[in-house]
Design a protein around this ligand. Structure first.
Ligand code: ADP
Ligand code: MG
Length: 327
């Protein structure tokens, strides 16, 4: 199937899933084009993993349907499984096996011929820079190395489409950048990537297109630039002093309805104001702060970022402003 000259690799239509009365996803529809990196961006509990699990045929949807490379994920689950690879959010790593042994074992599970498996394993280990550590027990690996082994496992069946669930969750910055690099290399080899993330920077920098998902529904769909441009307007962020938080609401009501002000979202210690024209809006905003008797600690102006898009669409930030830990 083609849409304006692009081959559709995945088609999801009205997907729904309810677990014991809890709606995990509710009427998701989207397309993934062949050869792109497609992201599902959303906070914990948004329904990202559920969507991925339906597409890889391990969860049955309660509503809607989906095809992967033209095959229905329910009726033709076997065909779909032969075409895809999957890297789960967390993979159980054996205490004793080396990285290479993990891959050999997986090759047996996939019934791949031995000699071909060895060749593929060598190639994949090179691709993810894991050759030197391949013969060490995997339990001695760092978080980043374990994630590379996960990626290698997902690539072993030589998939046309690779599904990655939170590929860099909890990793340090260097390891994250490296994983992004491998994912781009896979795209260069013509592999279609579908990934989930709750990192805004990852969605922005790695994904060609993404669906923003919250509460089991798609809030917006497009390339990061389209989504940012769609917001319309730049952002002025004001931060007030720790003892001044009471003035935030006062300031918000002063700003409401003023010219050049399009939208306001308040935070505990300040507010984000989406404005039409920053040159014209800034004096108006500062005047309002003065009227509200708000002492400002910090003023920031920026072009729309993906976090602004997320707040505008969902009414809340993707995660708490000061996450306790990432994992
Ligand atoms: N196997 C399950 N049993 C019951 N509830 C589930 C199960 N899997 C997911 N859920 C619920 O469905 C919602 C979406 O979960 P999930 O798809 O894992 O979100 P995400 O991957 O975006 O964090 C959550 O409320 C979660 O608690
Ligand atoms: Mg998940």
């Amino acid at each position: 199937m083609e849409v304006i000259g692009r081959t559709v690799a995945i088609e999801a239509s009205g997907l729904g899933k309810v677990y014991d009365g809890v709606t995990a996803i509710d009427g998701l529809s989207f397309q993934v084009f062949a050869g792109e990196i497609f992201g599902l961006l959303g906070p914990n509990g948004a329904g990202k993993s559920t969507t991925l699990r339906i597409l890889i045929t391990i969860v049955r949807p309660d509503a809607g349907h989906a095809t992967v490379l033209g095959h229905d994920v329910v009726r033709e689950a076997d065909r779909v499984r032969h075409l895809i690879g999957y890297v789960p959010q967390e993979r159980a790593i054996d205490r004793f096996l080396t990285g290479r042994e993990h891959l050999l074992l997986l090759g047996d599970l996939y019934h791949l011929p031995k000699s071909e498996t060895r060749k593929r394993i060598a190639e994949i280990l090179r691709l993810v820079d894991l050759e030197e550590q391949a013969d060490r027990p995997a339990r001695t690996y760092s978080g980043g190395m374990k994630r590379k082994l996960d990626l290698a496992c997902g690539l072993l069946p030589n998939p046309k489409i690779l599904f990655l669930d939170e590929p860099t969750l909890g990793l340090d910055v260097q390891s994250r950048l490296r994983i992004w690099d491998y994912v781009r290399r896979l795209r260069e080899r013509g592999i279609t990537i579908v990934m989930t993330t709750n990192y805004l920077d990852e969605a922005d920098r790695l994904c060609d297109r993404l669906a923003i998902i919250d509460g089991g529904r798609i809030k917006a769909l497009g390339s990061p630039n389209e989504l940012k441009a769609g917001l319309g307007g730049d952002i002025i962020s004001l931060t007030v002093g720790a003892s001044e938080t009471a003035c935030v609401d006062r300031l918000a009501s002063e700003l409401k309805g003023l010219p050049f002000v399009r939208a306001i979202s308040t935070k505990q210690n300040g507010l984000d104001i989406r404005v039409e024209s920053p040159e014209k809006a800034l004096p108006v905003v500062l005047e309002a702060a003065n009227r509200a008797a708000c002492r400002l600690e910090f003023i920031d102006y920026h072009r729309p970022r993906l976090d602004d898009v997320f707040v505008a669409l969902t009414g809340h930030a993707i995660r708490e402003e000061f996450p306790k830990t990432d994992e």
